[in-house]
Design a protein around this ligand. Structure first.
Ligand code: HEM
Length: 127
């Protein structure tokens, strides 16, 4: 028998939708991050981040079916991801992850990934 994926363990689709919804509520109120997002309404961005995270954690592969290989560094190249943007991004994720109230083990694993991923996407130290 295949063990449940992390995706299933944390509650599947609803969990990821909730995480990304709370995250983007924060982004929408963030004057530095908000202007980086090209869309008026953040529906597309919400969908891309949700499907990406679901796929990463062993859920459906919708993201790659729709967008191909993630190549996150390349896809962030046109945005100014400096340490401040990273910290703001992570702060909204922290709030969103807290809202899920996951068991400590899953919570720690998820946060560790988000922190490392965010650090790896820094592409400038200009202010
Ligand atoms: C470090 C700070 C970060 C900033 C400032 C940032 C900013 C952005 C912006 C402005 C977009 C375009 C929105 C859109 O999809 O239209 C985007 C897309 C995206 N970001 Fe980030 N991001 C950050 C970190 C991350 C991290 C850590 C992840 C993954 C764990 C991530 C995953 C994605 C994905 C999957 C997309 C959509 C890519 C696509 O298919 O086009 N981002 N990000």
């Amino acid at each position: 028998m295949t063990p449940d994926s992390f995706y299933d363990t944390v509650g599947g689709h609803e969990t990821f939708v909730r995480l990304v919804d709370v995250f983007y509520e924060g982004v929408a109120r963030d004057d530095v991050l908000r202007e980086m997002y090209p869309e008026q309404d953040l529906t597309g961005a919400r969908h891309r981040l949700t499907t990406f995270l679901e796929q990463y954690w062993g859920g459906p592969t919708t993201y790659s079916q729709e967008r191909g290989h993630p190549r996150l560094r390349m896809r962030h190249a046109s945005y100014k991801v400096n340490p401040e943007a990273r910290d703001r991004w992570l702060a909204h994720m922290r709030t969103a992850l807290d809202a899920l109230a996951l068991p400590p083990l899953q919570e720690a694993e998820f946060w560790d990934y988000l922190e490392r991923a965010a650090h790896s996407l820094i592409n400038t130290f200009e202010e």
